[in-house]
Design a protein around this ligand. Structure first.
Ligand SMILES: Nc1ncnc2c1ncn2[C@@H]1O[C@H](COP(=O)(O)OP(=O)(O)OP(=O)(O)O)[C@@H](O)[C@H]1O
Length: 364
């Protein structure tokens, strides 16, 4: 091996992948490297959608390699490929879906659906292929939040399944696409469970990296059944900092633990409110609750979203904040949460997968 190659590898071995706590070499992220004639070509493949970090990482690699003696030029290309995760043992994977993320809350009205749609959009903005399954049978709201016109129906894919409806670059399926408004509200338990089962088994998802499931609020039979039938890679609990919501969030966490679904973290919604008149910020529903339960259950506080008029208005008008203001402050919080989630799942998948990634190295 040439001295230059050794030096290049040594530099790559010192560069950490953002959010991953691993360097490029150890993570097996380098899938091609050529140093011919002092022209360095590095191909990097990350295991999480990386649009938000690729540019900065590319620049920091190029800058560090350019300092080496013998380097005439340097080109770094970064791509990503999301791996599938197993979910609970014995539950077969869903066709066309690599990872299922359940978004749940113990209590209704804490902003679970708003968080789901914004996180899904944020994950797509990071470069992933994403879908949403609205399993909130009694109050399906994803169609409205995604701006899908009433009366639009999913098209049959084949004799047994429907294609999801595309909106804002996401694939989506919801009970609201299939029944008249309010029909589901009067369903009794078994009917609702049956309808949900149909949604789960008869949707033909197309090549998704992540499917977000907007779970029904609470921790009753439907939630438990869902957790036992769907191969969930991990769950996210949405809560407000309020005592009662936190108590319910704890029940949610315990339910997922019972069925062996890892809780990837907690999102605290409606954390604070900033007065649009005077700019004063107040913790209307209390302070520090999300962090407290994340610590109690040894999971992570993934992010905090304020109670903001624009978050509500944009979701209600069919263009949630991440789509309406992709560069806005709230979109950035959702993207950071999405990235953290993707990295946590990737680390979990890498641990489960003992196969050493292959490094293809061109001769120099
Ligand atoms: N961070 C926020 N700031 C302002 N309004 C919000 C925020 N999050 C959610 N909302 C609003 O609060 C209301 C309830 O939110 P959402 O429907 O997402 O809650 P949910 O927990 O899914 O409710 P349900 O349990 O009824 O399904 C909606 O009108 C939504 O626009």
């Amino acid at each position: 091996m040439s001295e230059l190659r050794t030096n290049v590898e040594s530099v790559l071995g010192q560069i950490e992948i953002p959010f991953r706590e691993q360097d490029l070499l150890t993570a097996g992220a380098i899938n091609s490297l050529s140093c011919e004639g002092g022209e360095i070509l590095v191909g990097i493949e990350l295991d999480f959608p990386s649009a938000g970090v690729a540019k900065a990482l590319e620049k920091s690699i190029q800058d560090k390699l350019a300092e080496l003696s013998g380097v005439n030029s340097c080109k770094v290309s970064i791509s990503h490929s999301v791996k599938a995760s197993q979910g609970q043992q014995s539950i077969p994977l869903m066709a066309g879906v690599k990872n299922v993320i359940a978004i749940a809350s113990g209590k209704g009205g804490v902003g679970k659906s708003t968080t789901t749609v914004n996180l899904a959009l944020a994950m797509a903005a990071e470069g992933a292929k994403v879908g949403i399954l609205d399993a909130d049978i009694y109050g399906p709201s994803q169609g409205m939040m995604l701006g899908v016109d009433e009366g639009v129906r999913p098209q049959p894919y084949d004799e047994k399944s429907f294609s999801p409806i595309e909106a804002h670059g996401l694939q989506s399926m919801s009970m609201s696409y299939l029944v008249e408004e309010n029909t589901a509200m009067v369903w009794r338990g078994p009917m609702a469970a049956g309808a949900l089962q149909q949604l789960l088994t008869q949707t033909r998802w197309h090549d998704l990296d992540y499917l977000f499931i907007d779970m029904p609020p609470g921790t009753g039979d439907i939630q438990l059944t869902l957790s036992q039938k769907v191969p969930v890679s991990g769950a996210v609990i949405v809560t407000t900092p309020q005592d009662i919501a936190l108590l319910d969030a704890k029940k949610g966490i315990e339910m997922f633990r019972k069925v062996d679904i890892p809780v990837l973290g907690v999102v605290e919604n409606m954390s604070t409110h900033t007065c649009s008149n005077c700019g004063h910020t107040e913790a209307i529903f209390g302070d520090g609750g999300g962090k407290e339960i994340a610590e109690l259950y040894e999971t992570e506080l993934l992010g905090k979203l304020p109670l903001a008029l624009s978050i509500r208005q944009q979701a209600d008008s069919g263009k949630p904040s991440v789509a309406a203001e992709p560069e806005g402050e709230y979109a950035q919080i959702y993207r950071e949460v999405a990235r953290t989630l993707a990295v946590r799942l990737a680390s979990k998948n890498a641990k489960a997968d003992s196969v050493i990634p292959s490094i293809v190295v061109a001769d120099d």
